[in-house]
Design a protein around this ligand. Structure first.
Ligand code: NOJ
Length: 741
């Protein structure tokens, strides 16, 4: 058996190598036939006319340029019809090099999944991978070869609107999710009809923009970069990510797009990345506005030298690279390297065999929005919901309620549930096709339950005219469900906010409804952590529902009535006030830590606010209760090549089956550099029936103890450690010391 496996392995590896050789040979042969203009054309990406995902530029000659072989890739061309039309133009070019179609397929294509931050709250890697798989299957059937996802930027600042696109604040969780998403998008291998190329973005450190303002500067130590911001990118690369996108920000004074340290030394050097790097939208040209490049030509020079292979929407390469080569400032080898990286992917995708293979109407009809995909979207949505509060067992609701009032500006919304970065499909009528929260509840309750509706107010503005009607509805009901939050377009790209409180008069509406004395359940819809202190302190039950996608209404109804027991845990810290931001659980140990919430005197604390967040990283409740006991370590110390097994008992001591995300945190007590107060280093999501117990095991090895030491070497230092098992970063249930020597 072993022989056969070894033989098969050797055969497959040989076959893969042989195939790679032929691809390389084909690429080299094609390259020899290409003029310099055609080579530069491959490095040039242009947007289509359908939708703009950046400041649109108008190019009336686009079609002629494709026929002349001067454009290598397009974005924002979707659907079998349009991709086919554009590919036909490329097939009229001299060398018939197919176009690559890229698109922001961020959380689903036609079947829309929860926004990525919400999905991260599931801590369920299989679900997350499946969501990306479904998105890839649908997008690839519609002619798309390449998604600009996953975004793996660490988000520690909820003012930054793009936290909705990532996996939250934590490097370990973010790395696991990055890996799962790439696997999901790319499937078994590139070239399979249901796979799309992943594009890991934004390289790098984009999430640390000053003040949470989009496109802003980043000033960061190399240690912070290596330890906190880069690992998710490396994890995505380890999963086989075909492409990377660089970012708008400068990093320590050098724009990421022109940053040779990031792209040449780290990505293509140390990490040996063989795919290609696309710039972000216009980011090559923006190096002029940064004051880093004198003009577009110098920007082109800076970008190509630093390792940006494809120019998205700057037209910098198109009009300047040939001259730079002629002047001898840019070597043709540099251009050839970039072209080869791109052509290789076109071959791997099978586009030279059949440039239309992904534009398949029949497949699109079968794949798009089919019941299996909807089921996956529903499950992902259920798992993304976080139960923040549930006093007096307000939830789950009984199925025998006579009257429910469903109030708030989100209740009858359709498109809102899709969140930002959902694909705008021209032929889709969202109002008919997304399950609104109202429709979801109606689907759920029986004939004997009466549903009352009132909008109450808009998301923003100060109009309270609808309050009276809402209060009247509440008074007639046994229970009130209030659906409030941000507008869908308040988070996402260029959606930074300085105020994270519930917009408008929504919290006043909560107060008015709460004053009726009826049991109130609040649903908070948002793309980021919001601040809603009065609500959190006063209403008995709160579900954080983010933006959940096409199945939002059904998922919410299932959770409200206990048909799904919520299991989500926050992937970001929720602040009490904006003044606490940036706030994240794994901050460094300070010399004057505050002992408790009340110590203020000469300690690291605010005099006007508690130190702790409103809701901590890793937090989330369930309708059942879990008990943690009996922590055991296989040894009290470990050496270099040894491991310690950590085990404990998890028991479901409540009345419902449920899932718990058990979290393993480590603390290195002393180091050659200051270390975080605790760091997530492992987790498992465990399902237990009521009354069931299970022994949970984790393994600690040297890798888990490692960090960048004072010489920036990745290593573990001998000394004392603490292992903590928590239900959140602030709810450590079990802990023990051990030594590494
Ligand atoms: C700009 C965004 O930063 C990037 O994430 C996106 O992929 C491109 N626009 C293309 O839409």
């Amino acid at each position: 058996m072993k022989k056969i496996t070894t033989f098969t392995f050797l055969f497959v590896s040989f076959f893969a190598m042989a195939q790679q050789e032929t691809i390389d040979q084909k690429v080299n042969a094609l390259l020899k036939k290409m003029t310099i203009e055609e080579k530069i054309g491959q490095l040039n990406q242009y947007t289509g006319d359908n939708s703009a995902t950046g400041p649109i530029t108008i190019n009336p000659n686009k079609q002629a340029e494709i026929k002349a072989g001067l454009i290598g890739s397009m974005l924002n061309i979707i659907g079998t019809k349009y991709t086919r039309q554009y590919q036909e133009l490329a097939m009229q070019s001299r060398l018939k090099i197919p176009l690559l179609f890229g698109q922001d397929v961020i959380h689903g294509y036609k079947t829309t999944f929860p926004i990525p931050l919400a999905e991260a709250a599931s801590w369920d890697l299989k679900t997350i991978e499946l969501a990306a798989r479904v998105a890839a299957t649908e997008a690839s059937a519609s002619g798309i070869h390449w998604t600009f996802a996953p975004m793996v930027d660490i988000g520690r600042d909820p003012r930054w609107g793009r936290v909705m696109e990532g996996a939250g604040e934590d490097t370990y969780l973010g790395s696991k999710i990055a890996y799962a998403r790439v696997k999901g998008f790319q499937g078994n291998k590139l070239g399979d009809l249901n796979s799309v190329m992943a594009c890991v973005k934004h390289f790098a450190a984009y999430g640390a923009a000053v003040g949470g303002r989009d496109y802003n500067s980043v000033d960061m130590s190399e240690r912070m970069l290596l330890e906190t911001y880069l690992p998710p990118f490396k994890a995505a690369l380890d999963a086989g990510a075909a492409t990377f996108m660089n970012s708008f920000n400068d990093l320590n004074g050098i724009p990421a797009t022109g940053n040779a340290h990031l792209q040449r030394d780290i990505l293509k050097g140390k990490w040996n990345f063989q795919g290609f790097v696309v710039s972000d939208w216009g980011s090559i040209g923006e190096m002029v506005a940064h004051g880093y490049s004198k003009d577009l030509k110098e920007a082109a020079y800076a970008a190509i030298t630093a390792g940006s292979d494809m120019d998205m929407e700057s037209n910098a390469y198109r009009y300047n690279l040939a001259e730079l080569v002629k002047e001898g400032r840019v070597s043709i080898d540099l251009i050839d390297d970039a072209v080869k990286r791109i052509l290789r992917k076109k071959y791997e995708l099978g586009l030279f065999d059949d440039p239309y293979r992904y534009s398949d109407e029949k497949r699109a009809e079968k794949e798009l929005n089919n019941p299996e995909n909807r089921k996956a979207a529903l499950e992902a949505a259920e798992k993304s919901i976080v139960l923040l509060k549930n006093e007096n067992q307000t939830l789950p609701l009984s199925k025998n309620l006579k009257t429910i009032a469903f109030i708030g500006p989100m209740v009858k919304e359709y498109k809102a549930n899709m969140g930002f970065w959902s694909v705008e499909l021209p032929e889709v009528n969202y109002d008919k096709w997304v399950v609104s929260q109202w429709d979801g509840l109606q689907n759920k309750v029986g004939k004997n339950t009466k549903l009352l509706y009132a909008k109450g107010c808009e998301v923003d503005g100060d109009n309270k005219d609808g309050f009276a009607e809402a209060v009247a509805a509440a008074k007639q009901a046994d229970v009130v469900i209030l659906s409030i939050g941000e507008r869908r377009d308040m988070s996402g790209e260029a959606k930074s906010r300085s105020d994270l409180h519930l917009p408008g008069v929504q919290e006043d509406l909560v107060k008015a409804i709460q004053a009726t004395g009826k049991p109130v359940i609040v649903l908070v819809n948002a793309g980021r952590p919001l601040i809603f202190n009065w609500t959190a302190d006063n209403v008995p039950a709160i579900l954080y529902t983010w933006w959940l996608g096409t199945e939002a209404g059904n998922a919410i109804a299932n959770v409200l009535f206990g048909d799904y027991n919520p299991s989500g845990k926050l992937p970001m810290t929720f602040p009490r006030e904006v003044g606490q931001i940036p706030i994240y659980y794994n901050h460094y140990s300070t010399g004057r830590p505050a002992k408790d919430e009340d110590s203020k005197n000469y300690v690291s604390a605010y005099i006007d606010l508690k130190n702790s967040p409103k809701f901590p990283f890793g937090y989330g409740l369930s309708y059942t209760k879990f008990d943690y006991s009996n922590l055991k370590l296989s040894s009290a110390s470990m050496k270099n090549n040894e491991t310690i097994k950590v085990s404990f008992q998890l028991s479901n001591v409540g009345k419902a089956a449920g899932e718990e995300v058990v979290q393993l945190y480590l603390k290195d007590k002393f180091g050659s550099v200051v270390r975080p107060v605790l760091e997530l280093r492992d987790f498992q999501k465990i399902k237990l029936n009521a009354g069931e117990s299970k022994t949970i095991e984790f393994t600690i090895d040297k890798e888990k103890l490692s960090f960048y030491n004072n010489k920036l070497e990745w290593t573990a230092e001998p000394g004392d450690f603490e292992v903590m098992i928590g239900a959140s970063s602030a709810d450590i249930k079990l802990k023990s010391d051990f030594k590494f020597n």
